[in-house]
Ligand binder design. Structure first.
Ligand SMILES: [Zn+2]
Length: 198
């Protein structure tokens, strides 16, 4: 290595980040060095803080720094209407539509047998326990409109139906193979209001 060891170490760590190649990592490392101790300290503290302070909400499994999260703690949100999403960015996307006044459940993924992702890898058990504890009238399955998302929706339908809860699925307006996170607000809002029985 032609650079000092501490720089090489930072470059190596930065290059582990998704979408960051060796060259970008090097540019970032030199940038951090130039910015000085104060900025570097703030960056380091933000990184340490996110890992230290953020955890899963014990009710809905979203990422939060207080438990229960702000949505679960909001008495104005309907606890009998639960929207199941794959990820936190998907939850944020649904929130952006301002169409949904219920609560959420974040699965942290979707079923994908080919990638070895089974039900026990998702927060499905947590969902069942939660619905036992706090029964809902309707579960809106808002997993992505792709193969994994559809498989997850059907699995949930099969799992939840015996309990008598109404299971609906968002569909209309969302392109197959798409990602909820990148859908525009109008499309997602329409998909939500046009949900149907699974
Ligand atoms: Zn929550």
């Amino acid at each position: 290595m032609a650079v000092a060891d501490p720089i090489a170490r930072l470059v190596k760590e930065l290059a582990r980040l998704p979408g960051i190649g060796e060259k970008t990592a090097q540019r970032l490392a030199f940038h951090i060095l130039e910015q000085g101790a104060e900025r570097a300290g703030a960056l380091a503290e933000a990184i340490t803080g996110v890992v230290r302070d953020v955890r899963c909400c014990s009710v809905c499994q979203t990422l939060t720094d207080r438990d229960p999260c702000a949505i679960c703690a909001d008495p104005k949100r309907d606890p009998r209407l639960v929207c199941v999403v794959e990820s936190v960015p998907d939850l944020v996307a649904v929130e952006r539509t301002h169409e949904f006044r219920g609560r959420y459940h974040v699965l942290h993924g979707a079923l994908s047998p080919l990638d070895g992702v089974g039900p026990s890898d998702l927060k499905i058990r947590e969902l069942l326990l939660r619905l036992e504890r706090e029964p809902a009238d309707e579960v809106v399955v808002a997993t992505n409109p792709d193969v994994e998302g559809e498989a997850t929706a059907l699995y949930l339908k099969k799992l939840l139906s015996p309990s008598g809860v109404r299971v609906t699925r968002i569909a209309q307006g969302l392109p197959m193979g798409g990602d909820l996170e990148y859908a525009d607000q109008v499309t997602l809002a329409r998909a939500l209001s046009g949900r149907r029985e699974l």
